[in-house]
Write a protein that binds this ligand. Structure first.
Ligand code: KIV
Ligand code: ZN
Length: 520
């Protein structure tokens, strides 16, 4: 491609700080299990992320365990643990990352008047003292300390400069200036970095970092503007998941810098051919669908529908494509899959689609594929994607669907006969409901008692045709936390049951009050 890879000599390096496992996982319904977090961390390391923010160790025992395990296994990237400006937080973060090859403590405190006055009830001088104390404590535990001034974009520049100077003097090696509420515009954000770097006397002793939220849809634009203003670290998440409208999307930042290297002469260490794989891994781990028209990794990102575009593409690829699908790990294939396709073809199809499965996972996915191909004439890429995503997401589940029979129709009552495998033990239940889905969910609840509330139920067809698989998303809420599960099957009731179980398994894995063995 001529557009992608225009080379500019001596490009500056921008560090990619991935916070999918912290800010990303923090968003409602995006919770990942311990094993899923490890898988995502491995993927981030393999793709070349410089810093992996693995979690918020003080937040829960589960977070602490995940950060420690990631710190111990990741050999290349720096592993960061988040801490508030509180001594116990910093000690816990230090403990969690202590086995990392390259440990970092990331500590933050609010700097804006609105946060100081209403949330912290502290004066500016008190916050400066807190910065000195907490950054010093972190620096006594690790050499690599990042300090963030929360709500930096709504902080008067004079005070922000004083806070930054204080943090660097206390030993912070990275200074992050977040647009916590997604309020800034690119010009403002660029100017803020420029001003702070020019005015703070010890600014040359730290790397500056951008951290943007997407409330106005400006997170990526703001991150790139920050780089122009002198930031050399960008904090982002796969698929842009994160609090509220999300964080800046890693894949968009990486590809914007790569495709428009002519006007933004900066390099990242990311192997972009991993982007699609990482997007799928995160989407299936947190059961968050990727919107179809999402830049870079959306299903339609490289689809050309209109006649004029298709005509142009047939004549020359660059007429309507500014980067190749292959450059982000999407490979088109003409391999048609059906019930006669063998293991080798299935394996090759999966790797073309960007999946890297272990032997057991592959075998499991192949068995499911064969079962689907027996029921469905044409197995499309989307079918395989739904099947493998489900396979990956349910690999560590304690509660599994064995069989489901539902009596539905105009003559009620609707009735579900359900068999589950709970930790290797087969249990069965029959239940009625106000409609077939209610009956199925009632049967599940009888076998796996819980207090979670159904917050969202969504169904869509994976492909066209009346034999298409139905993909169901279920969100369950319990005690202010939410988990999401997805299931796919040609039978909508079966996929509903799978999705419900997937969400329940996440609650079980989190140690919530779900009684996975209560069917005795
Ligand atoms: O958005 C934010 O300000 C944060 C900080 C903890 C860095 O996520
Ligand atoms: Zn954030």
């Amino acid at each position: 491609m001529s557009n992608a890879g225009n080379t500019v000599s001596a490009k500056d390096r921008v560090l990619i700080f991935d916070t999918t496992l912290r800010d990303g996982e923090q968003c409602p319904g995006a919770t990942m299990t311990f094993e899923e977090k490890l898988e995502v961390a491995d993927m981030l390391d393999a793709m070349g992320v410089d810093i992996i923010e693995a979690g918020f160790p003080i937040a829960s025992e589960g977070d602490f365990e995940a950060v420690s395990a990631i710190a111990s296994r990741i050999k290349r990237a720096t592993v960061a643990g988040l801490a508030r400006a509180i001594s116990a937080d910093i000690a816990r973060a230090g403990e969690a990352v202590r086995h990392a090859a390259r440990p970092r403590i990331h500590t933050f405190v609010s700097t804006s008047p609105i946060h100081l006055q209403h949330q912290m009830r502290k004066s500016e001088e008190e916050v400066l003292e807190i910065i000195t104390k907490t950054v010093t404590q972190a620096r006594n535990l690790v050499d690599d300390v990042e300090w963030s001034g929360m709500d930096a974009t709504r902080t008067p520049i004079d005070y922000l400069c004083r806070a930054v100077e204080t943090a660097i003097r206390a030993g912070a090696t990275t200074i992050n200036l977040p647009d916590t509420v997604g309020y800034a515009t690119p010009d403002e954000y660029r100017a803020m970095f420029k001003a702070v770097r020019e005015r703070v006397p010890n600014a040359d002793k730290a790397i500056f970092s951008a951290h943007c939220h997407n409330d106005l849809g400006l997170a990526v634009a703001n991150s790139l503007a920050a780089v122009e203003g002198g930031a050399r670290q960008v904090e982002c998440t796969i698929n842009g998941i994160g609090e509220r409208a999300g964080n800046a999307a890693l894949e968009e930042i990486v590809m914007a810098l790569r495709v428009r290297g002519d006007v933004m002469p900066y390099d990242t260490g990311i192997d972009a051919t991993y982007l699609m794989r990482a997007s799928k891994a995160v989407s299936s781990a947190c059961s968050f669908p990727v919107q179809y028209n999402k830049a870079i990794v959306g299903r339609n990102a490289f689809a050309h529908e209109s006649g004029i575009h298709q005509d142009g593409m047939l004549k020359h690829q660059q007429t309507y494509e500014i980067m190749t699908p292959a450059s982000v790990g999407v490979t088109k294939t003409s391999l048609v899959m059906g019930k006669h396709s063998g293991r080798a073809a299935f394996r090759s199809k999966l790797s073309e689609m960007g999946y890297a499965l272990g032997d057991n996972q592959l075998e499991d996915a192949f068995t499911r594929f064969k079962a689907l191909a027996d029921r469905k004439k044409h197995v499309y890429d989307e079918d395989i994607e739904a099947l493998v995503d489900e396979n990956l997401a349910t690999a560590h589940d304690r509660v599994k669907l064995v069989s489901l029979t539902v009596i539905a129709g105009t003559r009620g009552p609707q009735r579900a006969m359900l068999k589950l495998d709970i930790d290797g033990r087969i249990v069965a239940e029959e239940a009625e409901g106000n409609g077939p889905i209610d009956a199925v969910f009632n049967a599940v609840k009888a076998l796996v008692p819980h207090e979670a509330v159904l917050e969202l139920y969504d169904v869509h067809a994976v492909t066209e045709g009346t034999d298409a698989q139905a993909e169901v998303t279920v969100r369950l809420g319990q005690n202010g936390a939410a988990v999401t599960g997805r299931g796919a099957d040609p039978d909508t009731l079966v996929s509903s049951c799978k999705a419900y179980l997937a969400a329940l398994n996440k609650l079980v894995a989190r140690g919530s009050r779900v009684h996975a063995q209560a069917a005795e």
